[in-house]
Design a protein around this ligand. Sequence first.
Ligand code: ADP
Length: 440
Amino acid sequence: MSKLLFVNACIRDESRTKLLADAVVKKWNGEVEEVDLTSGNIKPLDKETLKVRIAKQDAKDFSDPVFDLAKQFKEAEAVVIAAPFWDYSFPAVLKAYIENVCVHDLTFEYNEKGDCKSLSKVKKVVYVTTVGGDKQELVYGIDYIKTVFREFFGVKKTFAFKAEGLDTVENAGREQEILDETLKRIDNFSFEDKIMADDNRPDVIRTENLTKMYGNYAANNNVSCHVKEGSIYGLIGRNGAGKSTLMRLILGMSPVDQGTMEVFGAKNEDVAKVRKDIGFIIENPTFYEYMSAYQNLKYRAELIGLENPDAAIKEAMEKVGMTDRMNSKVKGFSLGQRQLLGIANAILGNPKLLILDEPTNGLDPIKIVEIRKMLLDMNANGTTIMISSHILGEMDKLCSCYGFILDGKLIREVTEAEMQAEAIDVEEFFVDMAKGGQNE
Ligand code: ADP
């Protein structure tokens, strides 16, 4: 039976955050295991103290609440964490532990067995909190916590419930109202929709023995791929393997020679009709060089019939961090700026499906992280994503399933859960596969 781990870390502000978290936990259809951290038994240890503690005990029997928790994390399908916002304790304390144990030179059996790392196997976390303070603090705080989960524990789906503005001067007397509003939102929440997604979802993209010939060469050779609603599907293959070709076929940009496909229910050549519902970048994005970023995006906004193009353009440019270049001509853009504009163009109007062919090409490391966060956020809000990239570490942090493509053939489709069960590592799998092929 599916298990939810409920971590109660409401050390002080117990009643209100716990009340909200209980409402979230009630939404789970399955077993619930509660871990009580209210006694504050998890505290960051400095390196020296930890060393002493480890030295004192036989590593095998080393018992520690963090590692016990790590094991429970591993066994759970999803985790609900209840912690008042002002208290960063939960993620911050765990982060400190992991840093102490993993990053420093402390090695002991727990580490080698990977139990500690097993925290990173938790992919689904609902974070429940109550917050006061000003807006800036709120945005920063929630983002901080999501970042810790993502960057440190590899959590791909984080959903945060927050009762905002409690205990602030301007909201004096509105406390109950704020809690009621939050409870109403929790009432509309479903683990299946927001957190679990994937497994039982219909395919948004399905191809059956799709073949594309260039002369005598099959750039796609009997490709049957399945992209589930709510998933992030990573297409992995060497240069020339056929990734862009497959994406073009799916977008109806290039005629199919053999086989069938379905995208949002539209079949074969009809897929071109649903293209306006899909945001995409295929190979290097191209723009009207003498037009501004705004004008280029406006062109697409009109093409896809967005109701409020200016708001959509502003939102997309904000998401990629390019508002300052809104009115600059594309002609003067660097490679990275063009790529960011390409991403803004793809996400314009929050499409239900994104098809992104190497979207992080030419981006600096900071931007790569920002774009990853943005894609994970969009995915948490329902956008399905098909993406290709040669940066396998990035793919590992993003994707919930993978399609490995070699010499035009889709060699294997695999979900993350299957990879974990079979202990497949994306890089190892890819390198082994590539040894047998000829792409270059
Ligand atoms: P990938 O995106 O995986 O790098 P592509 O899908 O771009 O690979 O290309 C797959 C193969 O098809 C390559 O051998 C490429 O040279 C060939 N190809 C792609 N587009 C064309 C085209 N328009 N005409 C001829 N050959 C093409």
